[in-house]
Design a protein around this ligand. Sequence first.
Ligand SMILES: Cc1cc2nc3c(=O)[nH]c(=O)nc-3n(C[C@H](O)[C@H](O)[C@H](O)COP(=O)(O)OP(=O)(O)OC[C@H]3O[C@@H](n4cnc5c(N)ncnc54)[C@H](O)[C@@H]3O)c2cc1C
Length: 405
Amino acid sequence: MEHVDLAVIGGGPAGAAAAIRGAHAGLRVVVFERAAHGRDKVCGDGLTPRAVAALEELKIDLTAAHRIDGLRMIAGRQRRELDWPATGRFPAHGAVWPRRRLDAHLIDAAAAAGAEIRFGVDALPEFEGDRVVGVRTEHGVVRATMTVLAAGAQGEAARMLGAVRDPREPFGLAIRSYAETPRHTDRLLEACLALRDEHGTPVPGYGWLFPAGDGTVNIGVGALSTMKGFKKLNLNTLVESYAAMVRAEWDLGPMLERPRAWRLPMSVLRRHGPGWVAVGDAAGLVNPMNGEGIDYGLESGMLAVDQFLTDPATASTSYDVAVGERFDAFLRTGRRFSFLIGHPLLLRTGLRVAVGTQAAADITLAVMGNLVDNETPGAAGRVMRLADRALAVADPVLRRTRAAA
Ligand SMILES: Cc1cc2nc3c(=O)[nH]c(=O)nc-3n(C[C@H](O)[C@H](O)[C@H](O)COP(=O)(O)OP(=O)(O)OC[C@H]3O[C@@H](n4cnc5c(N)ncnc54)[C@H](O)[C@@H]3O)c2cc1C
């Protein structure tokens, strides 16, 4: 029977990062991707400076991506343009790279590094007792010392492993399309933080315009499940009304494809077990404050393999500890924050503060760029740690009084 070091379920950024890291280190890696090469992923295509750092670590050539220098934040009549800050840890630029091309580039890099990619193959974990011993596909079983679940938001493989969303925690939904614009080479991402649904209810989320440098802009909106009326929220209507709002300023053409929506997982009940780990969206690694997860996916993919290289026998538990140390406190703060902004009044007040002063806008920028985590020094790190303590106190009340769906 075939036996490999790593069997990776899913060939998105998280799976590709694990495969590149593993193959570079000489491991025998097989990636199972159910779609064909060049599949698209519903996404805003925005790469934070943190994502750029991770791609550079993976030796990915970014010349095909459209460079982005900062963020324009709009909340009602308030508007601020800020460059990504220079930090010791991350570069001072991000990028926009449409996912059809980014993901193809990454999986090709994994293949070039020596990983084997099997497209068009659905894979599910194979168990012996409670231990995952590899994957099962329509072609049979491939045994693996470690199986990496990189299958994105939910699905059958995740259900079999218990790697499902925590029903007590929030999640997001977002929708996007593309449109032509003469401003496709703009160097700023644009985020409209003051969205309202068709009934005038403030939406905790934002509308975005991410210029792709190829004649088009990625346009979309995302919302958090903590808002009142979330179940009835019509994302198609919301993105159409957002497009109407920005059409003149961006000289936008019609949507180039039917807007498509997808989930933003923000928690998971299990992200490791005997013989397996979950990375990227499959591990609930999406920032609840901006819906971004490519960078976390790349980092967690690398982290999982690093633990395996240190000691395959302890890799799944040491990965759980390492990924937790890097992300858990920040993501918990983000989830608590999403309950806070689910309250319309608190959302409106928060927005005034977030964009109202330069100091607050700098912190908002750091959060929007995924530049903050447990190790962040400076003002943004301090504010997040303080916010975490304050939100920890308020959390039970915010959850109890959460806007009824
Ligand atoms: C509308 C929207 C906008 C977003 N915008 C941004 C943004 O601008 N910036 C950002 O950083 N993040 C953004 N995100 C989040 C980002 O898209 C995800 O965090 C990212 O794609 C996670 O990568 P992944 O590799 O974990 O999963 P995915 O990219 O979802 O890849 C998972 C892969 O697994 C495959 N697969 C699934 N099940 C199986 C199986 N059983 N067998 C074989 N293959 C399988 C799928 O076909 C897929 O290719 C956005 C999300 C949405 C929905």
